[in-house]
Design a protein around this ligand. Structure first.
Ligand SMILES: NC(=O)c1ccc[n+]([C@@H]2O[C@H](COP(=O)([O-])OP(=O)(O)OC[C@H]3O[C@@H](n4cnc5c(N)ncnc54)[C@H](OP(=O)(O)O)[C@@H]3O)[C@@H](O)[C@H]2O)c1
Length: 276
């Protein structure tokens, strides 16, 4: 299927690794110009090289911490100045620590909002005028299954992802027939760095191996396995295309059926900061 993404310009925050990189890869393969950002310079350079190998359009990698609003502003302006337009925006960053509500003081709640919620809102607000100027746009928010259901000890994730969801839903109502669609991606257990780290951690504690622990993580998932980040990347590329023009205001679970079946993941033995 030709998604018609040639000549589109996409911004992918947190695009040097994991889900952000998987989305950037799909968009680049489909011909979009792709601008990614992240903090670690080496990983960013490696991601840029990887993207250039598959890209049909341009690739631009920038060191930006999405918690720094001035840096994000400059990033968006630089990309628009270099490409002359902006069409697709993917918000993303690291995840907050694991824990039940009383494990955190209010400063930790603030940190989580600063790291997850406000960067998503700020990037969307900064990019929106550029999408509105063209009368076409795609806003995709990477959230989590916690946007849809409570998951025991993923308190900070739930608090921040539901905020992203309500913000996205408000945008849908406000933007109306502007040509801009807004959707929330709700992944769970896709095999990226945090999942690898958690499996390695558990393997060390239990004297097993990583593959055994990855299989164990999938016990509550009806499809019987963890997901591949490319499975989210493919969905994002479709949602970013003209073909998805009537799809807005949705929450797209990519979780192997876990939410539908109702089984909860067990984070016993996970390091508190494993999702960072
Ligand atoms: N993988 C899953 O199954 C899953 C499930 C539910 C939710 N999520 C959520 O989805 C998001 C992405 O997860 P992932 O698994 O892809 O994580 P990941 O592999 O660790 O990738 C995170 C990416 O975001 C960048 N990043 C992190 N903090 C940033 C910041 N302050 N400014 C700019 N870039 C930043 C990282 O690069 P630098 O560190 O170099 O900045 C990296 O490129 C997270 O919020 C995670 O909690 C993932």
């Amino acid at each position: 299927m030709d998604l018609g993404l040639r000549d589109r310009v996409a911004l992918v925050a947190g695009g040097s690794n994991g889900l952000g990189l998987a989305i950037a890869r799909e968009l680049a393969r489909e011909g979009a110009d792709v601008a990614i950002c992240a903090r670690d310079a080496d990983r960013l350079a490696a991601a840029e090289r990887e993207l250039r190998e598959v890209a049909h359009g341009g690739v631009l990698a920038s060191r930006v911490d999405v918690r720094d609003h001035a840096e994000v502003q400059r990033w968006v302006e630089r990309v628009v100045a270099e490409t002359g337009r902006l069409d697709i925006v993917v918000t993303n960053s690291g995840g907050p620590p694991i824990g039940y509500p009383t494990a955190f003081d209010v400063a930790a709640y603030r940190d989580a909002a600063d790291a997850v919620l406000y960067p998503a809102i700020h990037l969307a607000l900064t990019a929106l005028p550029h999408l509105q100027a063209r009368g076409w746009g795609r806003l995709l928010f990477i959230a989590s299954e916690t946007a849809v259901r409570p998951v025991g000890d993923l308190t900070l994730s739930g608090v921040t992802r539901t905020g992203i969801l309500r913000f996205a839903q408000g945008l849908v109502a406000e933007l109306g027939a502007s040509g801009i669609t807004v959707n929330v991606l709700a992944p769970a257990y896709l095999r990226t760095g945090p999942v690898e780290r958690a499996a390695a951690d558990l393997a060390a504690r239990r004297d097993t191996d990583v593959e055994t622990e990855v299989r164990r993580m999938a016990r509550h998932i009806p499809l019987g396995r963890v997901g591949d980040p490319q499975e989210l990347g493919a969905l994002a590329a479709f949602l970013a295309s003209d073909r998805a023009g009537f799809i807005t205001g949705t929450v797209q679970l990519v979780d192997g059926g876990a939410c539908a079946a109702g089984g909860l993941p067990n984070h016993e033995g996970f390091g508190r900061d494993v999702f960072r």
